[in-house]
Design a protein around this ligand. Structure first.
Ligand SMILES: [Zn+2]
Length: 677
């Protein structure tokens, strides 16, 4: 087993991933060798007899482990896009090895001593901005994990981390069990009135799968959402909505109230141990928003603008429901149902009308044309490099100066590919020893496959998804930094969606659509009247939706931006946080926090605001394009120079100001959303 896959990396065209040569059984030994070599590189840094310098410590650390990174990226990308049981088993085996290795680094006291020695001399070192950023990042990677603490406090930190991760798991297990436990069996077909055929069919199959007659509705989204949106039976909607909203809130063995309180308190204690005022202060130190005060101001400013619009939309919806069905008091379980009915009445826009204008090949051409007009990029399909599946398309990306990147695109669903759409990379960009290593970037989607009689025709939502992921890809493709850990999409969390979301804006512009949105049979350009409808329906109920997002952001901040030791009752506390954002009457038996997985199970604590933050950024940045022309070379050049090529080399607010000339303002978003008249 000496001939590892590592050796094969160096003799492929463009140094691309050698998919066809890698056998599944190669991975584990390759991982082990990769880890061993990476460890040796770390040891060499630690044992260096010379005084710690930026170059021999910080830079050396950032360039270390690159073999391991390549194996990991190939392996885990395949585990998402083309997996099987063997790969999943290897993932199980290899994940603990990798986390052990990364702990070995963060907890390595001798390594930290060297990093700190360099960090303490920072002001005397004459570093470039990028180098300063890298030094901060490396230092904080240790200090934020307790490297500066005394032995006792370090131990307390480990105990907190352990308990927190167990509680997070338990929180998730409870929600899953609650979701799986609930079943709404319907035996009278009239109870399904209003549901589209597809949803009915799915409900029948669910029942059949459990050996029952009739129809089964569950709390899983594909079952829950259509029922809440279309089912005419109001009592059943109420029943389902209350079941959904009371997950983890029944004072039984699956209750999450104590877990929520405990997690909030542990997070606060951890932050204090590390010298931060609250958990939110700790998290936001590494975000563009920087402080909880700034996040709260941001959310409250949006709230002031969105509330009047939301109130007005709500009033109209109430009137509509009263006229239609004599509803006196609109309840939470009426929201999706009457919104859908009203939307149909106002727009009657359905996917089938639009799809003929969005043949996949045309949309790909469109997105490439946009990239060419803005950034001078050329995409040329090549067949000289390996693919992991025959559906994958491969491109060479060039500009006037030569090769910029390799680009993979994988569009269709198949077993072995997970749901959704994402961008990823097989090889990072970096400049080392004077050589600019160009990146290998990939996007993976799940669009409708072509059939014998019909090409792949995308829904409008799929079109914006493609532009979105392509925006992330451009962030990778145009990366031009020295250090790999600051390259491309390695930016603060609340900044990473700017390149992707801004690109979606081009989909709504006539100037762009004329380039590619042509009927697949007749070649006719999409009629302007349809484009107007798309635009209008995309901001339907924007006020209420904004209000909802703001309420979640405020709830998140209220759990994490304070000292939680005085909080005793989850529901009471939550009600306070929601008090400025309510539209519907409260439902006593429901609670949001006990199933708010984003912040108590996933990684979004003190980060829920980022959804709206990113929208403010992309709307404000796109407005600059609109001012100068959406294909303005000047603005595009600035966007490339100050944002897309810079990765995380500098504070994002500084970069943004260089691009825009000022800090982002919410007005552009409010205008786009129709909330500013
Ligand atoms: Zn994204």
């Amino acid at each position: 087993m000496d001939m590892t896959i590592l050796n094969r990396y160096f003799n492929t065209a463009y140094n691309t991933a050698p998919f066809s040569k890698i056998k599944t059984e190669d991975y584990l030994p390759a991982f082990k060798i990769g880890i061993k070599n990476a460890k040796a590189e770390i040891t060499a840094i630690v044992n260096n007899k010379d005084t710690p310098t930026f170059k021999n410590t910080i830079e050396a650390l950032d360039y270390s482990g690159k073999e391991l990174d390549r194996i990991s990226s190939i392996f885990f990308n395949l585990n998402s896009a083309e997996t099987n049981e063997d790969i999943q088993n290897i993932a199980q085996e290899v994940s603990p090895l990798l986390s052990e290795f990364s702990n070995d680094i963060t907890l390595n006291e001798d390594l930290f001593k060297r990093v700190k020695a360099v960090y303490d001399l920072k002001s005397t070192l004459e570093l470039t901005t990028e180098q300063e950023t890298l030094l901060d990042k490396k230092y904080k990677g240790f200090s934020r994990n307790g490297a500066n603490l005394t032995k006792d406090k370090k131990e307390r930190l480990r105990t907190i981390d352990k308990e927190s991760s167990q509680l997070k798991l338990k929180f998730g297990e409870h929600i899953l069990a609650e979701t799986n436990k609930f079943e709404m069996y319907l035996t009278d077909e009239s109870d399904l009135s209003g549901l589209p055929d597809g949803a009915k069919e799915a409900a029948k199959q669910l029942a059949e799968a459990r050996g029952k007659d009739g129809w089964l509705i569950t709390l899983d989204y594909p079952s829950y959402i259509p029922f809440m949106t279309y089912a005419d039976n109001r009592e059943l909607r109420e029943q389902l909505s209350k079941a959904f909203g009371s997950k983890g809130f029944k004072n039984d063995e699956l209750d999450n109230q104590d877990i929520v309180l405990r997690i909030a308190k542990l997070r606060f204690e951890r932050a204090q141990l590390l010298g931060y005022k609250t958990h939110a202060h700790f998290v936001l130190e590494e975000r563009m928003a920087e402080t909880p005060e700034k996040v709260k101001t941001f959310l409250n400013e949006l709230l002031a603008k969105a509330k009047p619009a939301a109130d007005e939309e709500f009033k109209k919806l109430e009137g509509f429901a009263k006229d239609l069905h004599g509803i006196d008091q609109l309840q939470k379980w009426d929201s999706a149902y009457y919104s859908e009915k009203l939307k149909q009445k106002l727009f009657s826009l359905d996917d089938e009308q639009l799809k003929p204008y969005f043949k996949l090949e045309n949309v790909i051409d469109g997105v490439f044309t946009v990239a060419k007009k803005l950034f001078g990029l050329q995409f040329e399909e090549i067949d000289t490099i390996d693919k992991y599946h025959e559906d994958v398309m491969t491109y060479k990306v060039t500009d006037d100066g030569g090769l910029i990147a390799i680009f993979y695109a994988d569009f269709f669903p198949r077993s072995g590919k997970r749901n959704g759409a994402w961008m990823t990379s097989y090889k990072p960009q970096m400049i080392k020893d004077g050589h600019n290593h160009r990146p290998h970037v990939s996007i993976v989607c799940n669009f409708t496959k072509p059939t014998k009689s019909k090409p792949s025709l995308l829904t409008f939502n799929e079109v914006t998804t493609l532009f979105h992921e392509f925006g992330h890809a451009l962030h990778g493709i145009l990366a031009n930094t020295t250090y790999p850990s600051l390259s491309g999409t390695s930016v603060y969390w609340d900044f990473v969606e700017l390149p992707s979301q801004i690109l979606e804006n081009w989909c709504y512009e006539e100037e762009t659509l004329k380039l590619f949105a042509k009927h697949y049979k007749t070649g006719e350009v999409i009629p302007m009247e349809l484009i107007e409808k798309i635009k209008a329906s995309s901001t339907f109920h924007e006020g209420m939706q904004t209000l909802r997002q703001i309420s979640f952001g405020l709830l998140d901040m209220s759990w994490h931006g304070v000292d939680p030791s005085g909080i005793n009752d989850v529901k009471t506390y939550e009600a306070e946080a929601f008090s400025g954002t309510n539209l519907y009457p409260d439902v006593a038996e429901n609670c949001m926090s006990t199933s708010f997985a984003h912040i108590f199970q996933g990684g979004y604590s003190s980060g829920y605001y980022s959804y709206k933050w990113a929208e403010v950024l992309d709307a404000d940045a796109f407005e600059y394009f609109k001012e100068e022309g959406i294909f303005s070379k000047t603005v595009a050049d600035k966007f490339k120079t100050y944002i897309l090529s810079q990765g995380g080399t500098e504070n994002p607010m500084t970069m943004y100001k260089k691009f825009r000339g000022q800090e982002p303002k919410p007005e552009a978003l409010l205008r786009r959303a129709g909330l500013l008249k």
